[in-house]
Design a protein around this ligand. Structure first.
Ligand code: ATP
Length: 320
């Protein structure tokens, strides 16, 4: 490729900026021109695109969010939207594109590749729900943010002999909830992927650990599973332990990316540019067993990644 574009799509994730920076700097070092596409696929449709140089990506390495803005773009799910995107690329001489986002964004990347613009996807989401990759950009930061928040809640729970129910993000996937629960010593971890019973796994657990001398409890619940405020009332009524619920929400999405996320984003960004340099598109660049690899997008979308069930069982053994 001679001129490539980079965009971020779907939910923002800390480390996306580090990915953008790697793509821009690597492409320029290899003698290519680079443009930044604003607001996800919307920018491709309406030509909201800026020319990038090495200094355009100064001072963003350590910032959360995305300097290119991100969006969900319904029009891009239709063939007409894809064609508009392709036309914009042709008009501007863009002959390769890097898309940082989740599974939905990869579908758009595949469609655009099939339409003739080689496009490469990079996993960026705090949910870590991208099956083809061990980790996605943003997960490590969100995990550390959630752990810090729950540690604060723990101080109050401990001081007042309370139970704290915490709702953690994940978009239906339990990775963030499970790891936060482990790192924070939650007495119960409730995620979609495992069989769970409130009476057995929370009420009885609290009663039995209370009889062992424990006075404060953390219950980690994945988003969208239940109403955590109603759950807190139920726990209080059935156990007699004063219980409060907290929804961490978007607190988990922003903030300074961890070193790990910056390094991951840099590795994936450079590999994506190396593919486009050779004119290769329709790939996703991911991390597998600490190695950067790339897969065909369709193949990648069909992969399955479950939750670490052993870790879930280990948590039950330890957090008593
Ligand atoms: P996250 O789940 O972290 O928000 P995501 O990339 O999965 O990330 P989506 O909202 O599913 O987020 O997708 C982002 C954008 O990708 C959509 O708004 C749309 O522009 C494009 N997209 C999604 N699905 C398709 C599809 N089937 N075909 C073409 N484009 C798609």
């Amino acid at each position: 490729a001679k001129k490539i574009g980079v965009l971020t799509s779907g939910g923002d994730a800390p480390g996306m900026n580090a990915g953008i920076r790697a793509v821009v700097r690597c492409a320029i070092a290899k003698g290519m021109e680079v443009v930044g596409v604003h607001h996800g696929y919307n920018g491709l449709i309406n030509g909201d695109i800026e020319q990038m140089d090495v200094r355009s990506v100064s001072e963003i390495l350590h910032r959360g969010g995305t300097m290119l803005y991100t969006a969900r773009c319904l029009e891009f799910k239709e063939q007409a939207g894809i064609l508009k995107g392709k036309e914009t690329c042709e008009k501007m001489g863009i002959d390769g594109l890097v898309v940082i986002g989740g599974d939905g964004s990869f579908r758009g990347a595949r469609d655009l590749s099939l339409a003739g613009i080689p496009t490469v996807g990079i996993p960026g989401t705090i949910d870590n729900d991208i099956s083809c990759s061990d980790f996605s950009i943003g997960f490590d930061t969100a995990l550390n943010t959630a752990v810090e928040a729950v540690d604060r809640l723990r101080d109050t729970s401990q001081s007042h002999d309370r139970c704290s129910v915490v709702e953690i993000m994940g978009h239906g996937a339990g990775h963030l909830t499970l790891d936060t629960g482990i790192a924070c010593g939650a007495c119960a971890i409730w995620v979609n992927e495992v069989d769970f019973d409130v009476d057995r796994d929370i009420i009885q657990k609290i009663k039995s650990t209370a009889s062992n001398g424990k006075h404060h409890f953390i219950v980690a619940v994945g988003e969208g599973i239940t109403d955590v405020h109603a759950l807190a009332k139920e726990i209080e009524t059935k156990t007699g332990v004063e219980t409060r619920a907290t929804v961490l929400g978007h607190i988990q999405r922003g903030g300074t990316p961890t070193a790990r996320d910056r390094v991951l984003a840099t590795k994936l960004g450079v590999h994506a540019v190396e593919l486009l340099e050779k004119g290769i598109g329709n790939r996703v660049v991911v991390i597998k067993g600490n190695t950067v690899v790339d897969y065909d997008i369709l193949e990648a979308l069909q992969m399955k990644k479950g939750i670490d069930k052993k870790l879930f069982e280990d948590a039950k053994l330890i957090n008593i």
